[in-house]
Design a protein around this ligand. Sequence first.
Ligand SMILES: C[S@@+](CC[C@H](N)C(=O)[O-])C[C@H]1O[C@@H](n2cnc3c(N)ncnc32)[C@H](O)[C@@H]1O
Length: 270
Amino acid sequence: MHPNERQWEQFYEKVKGKTGLDLFQYKPDQLRRRILGMLEQKNAANLDEFWATLSKTPDGATWFLDKLAINVSELYRNPEKWVEMQEAILPKLIRPGRGLKAWSAGCSIGAEAHTLASILESSFPGRHQIVGSDIDQEALNQAKSGLYSDADMKCVPNEIKAKYFLQEGAKWKAKSEITRHLQFKTGDLLSDRFDTGFDLIMCRNVVIYFTDEAKDRLYRRFFDSLRPGGVLFVGSTERIFNSKDIGFETNIPFFYTKPAEGDQQWRSAS
Ligand SMILES: C[S@@+](CC[C@H](N)C(=O)[O-])C[C@H]1O[C@@H](n2cnc3c(N)ncnc32)[C@H](O)[C@@H]1O
């Protein structure tokens, strides 16, 4: 079936009314392919019938959001970037006597948050707080459990695995030394108000699904949520082409720094 534009719009409105998620801000091609796949799965003949099926059960909307989310992730994803994080970014970000305040935005199963926690605990021990947020409840449940498969763990350095994870049957469970820094919660990047004062925001492999306008708005909101000197870490295919317009500086690809107050004064005086 091929819904027309009006039918898609009506469906998006219903989703927004029920879940708050604004599908107008996602790129249509991939989004619609996924939704049509779900229609087939539910044997629904059209979007109206699909919506009626979802509305029949209390967890229909949650099922829809979980299915919609592509939450492929793994610990130490793009390992070379985590080496840069450890050697070049964190030593500058961590301030004496203060814990790091970090956010994994679109955290999925919590792999990125656990990766950062393990690096901090092994190399920069302190009272760090890392919050992970996502729209996908099932992925968040896994993040909270701290349980990972061999495949999720394949890039984790051996010494980190041995020190901070315990084998439980076929899974690896994160130890409290790293989970004590972590907190996971439901959050929609397109509509929530953001906390402020972050030293580090990680948003990787999330905006690929968003329209260009939604992406631009989000990066500007991340800029506002960082403290001066804070860093935004994005995915390895997600270079921010208008980063200078937003106000970011970048020396290492995919890490964007909000200039510290002194730097801004220097720039505006020159
Ligand atoms: C591919 S995963 C990325 C996980 C992790 N950041 C990484 O790079 O390994 C993308 C995640 O973005 C989440 N997501 C999509 N739209 C979102 C939104 N509007 N607000 C919050 N999270 C969203 C999905 O639920 C999914 O878990």
